[in-house]
Design a protein around this ligand. Structure first.
Ligand SMILES: C[S@@+](CC[C@H](N)C(=O)[O-])C[C@H]1O[C@@H](n2cnc3c(N)ncnc32)[C@H](O)[C@@H]1O
Length: 315
């Protein structure tokens, strides 16, 4: 089955989110609408993508960032301080003990990640990768790639002549990713164990033996976890070639529910982070959409944010 034939996000509409139902109704007539970057919506989906909540689309209402107001977010933070803010001290270019312990947790987590977290997030991955708008032969970075659940979709997108880089700091998570890539025979998947803050183009070029022009960066469930996420975001955005696309898929907790605590504890994540705002500030063609999914499952609302690095050739 080819990428375009495959039904995307099938059955994704959530009855738990009345806004999504409204959104889906509003977009029935616009299915396949031209996206800001002229990419298609979800082929075969029962709704257009991004949702009408996407910013920057004519006639689509703007998202109120952090709706739920800053006072309630402050209350969330008071009750549930970000898991590692105190535990991890980050000094530049050196491994703090905290980060090592943090990675040890992810090494352990790798043993059951695919049987737990991945079951909840699998359905989003084809759409997330589609948002990168990749073409055959391009280079793409999967930041904080974990066990590699994005890899099949990325490999399919860049085809045999492109390259997929996966970067993660956890040995355990990367071992799983490597095993999958070997099993599938993907010689164009390069997995690097690195603190993402230290990633350079030279690392990627050394891994594939070619000059690298990065067309896409995708980070799924990563920026809410990576302790020094702002520095990592900047480092990896800088690696993108002009006109390249950066895609963030993550969970955003506007209000606290018991599952928010669970996500903080189990995934060591801070779902109150608003990484999409960092992306909005430095890119063109920014789009944002909350995706179907209940905070009672995800600890917050799943979202997709996407934007291009300025300086690309006008289409
Ligand atoms: C919740 S997992 C997400 C994995 C994968 N992207 C996914 O969608 O399932 C977060 C990942 O971030 C990685 N990570 C955290 N801090 C990192 C850092 N400083 N550098 C590289 N990877 C990091 C962890 O090892 C872990 O694999």
């Amino acid at each position: 089955m080819s990428r375009s034939d495959r039904p995307r996000m099938a059955g994704i509409r959530s009855t738990a989110d009345p806004r999504w139902d409204t959104a889906a109704k509003n977009t029935q007539a616009t299915s396949g609408v031209a996206l800001p970057n002229n990419r298609r919506g979800y082929a075969g989906a029962d709704h257009a993508w991004p949702s009408p909540e996407c910013r920057g689309q004519a006639g689509w209402p703007a998202v109120q960032w952090g709706a739920g107001d800053s006072a309630s977010r402050a209350a969330i933070r008071r009750r549930h301080p970000p898991a590692r803010q105190a535990a991890v001290s980050h000094t530049s270019n050196c491994l703090s003990i905290g980060l090592v312990e943090f990675m040890a947790w992810y090494d352990l987590f790798s043993n059951f990640y695919d049987y737990t977290v991945e079951l909840v997030y699998r359905r989003y991955r084809p759409g997330v990768v589609d948002a990168l708008g990749l073409e055959a032969g391009q280079f793409v970075l999967d930041l904080a790639c974990g066990t590699g659940p994005n890899q099949p979709h990325l490999v399919e997108a860049v085809q045999g002549c492109g390259h997929v880089f996966g970067v993660d700091f956890s040995d355990g998570m990367l071992k799983r990713a490597r095993k999958n890539a070997e099993r599938e025979g993907w010689s164009n998947v390069h997995l690097l164990q690195l603190d993402a803050r230290d990633l350079t183009l030279a690392n990627l070029e050394a891994a594939c033996g070619e000059q690298v022009e990065l067309s896409g960066v995708v980070v799924t469930l990563g920026l809410s976890v990576i302790p020094d996420w702002e520095a990592v975001f900047k480092t990896t955005f800088d690696l993108l070639a002009p006109g390249g696309r950066y895609v963030i898929f993550d969970v955003h907790a506007e209000r606290w529910v018991p599952q928010t605590w669970l996500v903080e504890k189990v995934a060591q994540a801070d779902p109150t982070r608003e990484s999409f705002k960092a992306l909005e500030q430095c890119c063109e063609d920014f789009s944002f959409a909350y995706l179907p999914g209940s905070p009672h499952v995800h600890g917050g609302r799943p979202f997709l944010a996407s934007g291009c690095k300025p300086g690309g050739i006008e289409q």
